[in-house]
Write a protein that binds this ligand. Structure first.
Ligand code: PLP
Length: 367
């Protein structure tokens, strides 16, 4: 395969490693050892059952999960989990669930939870434009909330928790869509983790859910079948036709993480070097590139910054696009620039972007 001629800095779907793309390409024509295209392999085949089993084991190994967790591969994206979580844990309850309002995506989760039951916003960063997160031990969490919900990495703003919020005696539920498997994540301190694949670990179409058995004990029994986690557990993520191709690509990513990268601690080191390179550049740019986020809470996945004027940002984005750096425009709700540095994006790609940014500042010093 010849190298791609553009580098994907998009906030999602993200870049995937070239070795994985090659294997995915091959599987479209014929899965090695099976003699069929992956697009036509039955989800009831032994081969697919072995894909699900291996992927589940790989995720268990990467996260160091204990035996009382189930690993599921669902559809509907993170957005469906915004509803499925409160349907399961909040319906009919009178005690509110605790939610942290730290940015755009946690706001979306809160709106959906409110349809199912009472919600208490424990802490909100809205008043100061979501530029920081609550400090470790800062918010007062309720001891009798049915659960606490938070978003580990706010993709739009570029905020990331570098500690685990909440109390150990209240179930933690976390949307890890934009930093799942990018670093170790204290999975065993959570009761439910969800993450769609399309940022760090694969294509759109599949969402990983890691759930502790005890959490589902008192779930309502009259949920729609598809929206009841227990049906997916019983059927080994094969309750209806699952997205076979997307799940296979996530398997390839999990093998890449284990065998080529060498685990999540090593992945975290690489991700840290990538982000530090850009943050150092922002900090040394004399406010040419203006980081948005409080240093302590900066995301290793989404580096957000503004420039002096919307015109300079427009010129920056246009020239970056011409130079082969794509997906750098900030979210439609915030504007500005956002460089997303997911697992599949190499350090070399970030070095190239940094080179472009230094050169741009030299060429337009007053922009
Ligand atoms: C992108 C994103 C979502 C939206 O996910 P969908 O799969 O499109 O539903 C939710 N949460 C976070 C943290 C995200 O980054």
């Amino acid at each position: 395969m010849k190298p791609l001629n553009r580098l994907n800095f998009s906030a999602g779907p993200g870049a995937l490693p070239e070795s994985v793309l090659l294997l995915a390409q091959q599987s479209i024509v014929e899965v090695p050892g099976v003699g069929l295209s992956i697009l036509g392999i039955s989800h009831r085949s032994d081969w697919f059952a072995s894909v699900v089993a291996e992927l589940e084991n790989n995720i268990r190994e990467l996260l160091g999960l204990s035996g009382n967790y189930r690993v599921l591969f669902l559809q509907g994206g993170a957005t469906q989990q915004f509803s499925m979580v409160p349907m399961t844990l909040l319906r009919g309850k009178t005690t509110p669930a605790d939610y942290l309002h730290t940015g755009y995506w946690s706001g979306r989760a809160i709106a959906e939870a409110g349809r199912e039951g009472p919600v208490r916003i424990v802490w909100s960063g809205e008043a100061d434009g979501f530029r920081q997160l609550p400090g470790d031990g800062e918010p007062v969490f309720s001891p009798d909330a049915p659960y606490l919900h938070y978003v580990s990495n706010e993709t739009v703003e570029g905020l990331q928790f570098h500690h685990v919020p909440g109390r150990d005696d209240v179930p933690r539920v976390c949307d890890m869509s934009s930093d799942f498997l990018s670093q170790p994540c204290a999975a065993n301190r959570h009761s439910l983790i969800y993450a769609h694949a399309q940022k760090n670990i694969g294509p759109a179409g599949v969402t990983v859910v890691v759930v502790r058995d005890e959490l589902l004990q008192d779930a309502p029994t009259n949920l729609p079948g598809f929206l009841d986690y227990r049906n997916h557990i019983q059927s080994h993520s094969n309750y209806n036709t699952p997205p076979v191709f997307a799940i296979y690509v996530v398997l390839l990513i999990s093998r890449w993480l284990l065998n080529e990268i060498g685990g999540l601690a090593r992945m975290a080191e690489i991700n840290r070097s990538k982000a530090e390179l850009l943050y150092r550049l922002l900090d040394n740019s004399n406010d040419f590139y203006r980081g948005r986020i409080e240093t302590r809470d900066r995301s290793l996945m989404n580096v957000t910054f503004d420039m002096a004027s919307p015109e300079s940002e427009k010129r920056f984005l246009a020239e970056a696009e011409r130079a082969g750096f794509t997906g750098l425009a900030g979210h439609r709700s915030t504007g500005g620039i956002r460089a997303s540095l997911y697992n599949g994006l190499t350090l070399a790609a970030v070095e190239q972007l940094a080179g472009f940014m230094e050169d741009f500042q030299r060429r337009y010093p007053c922009a």
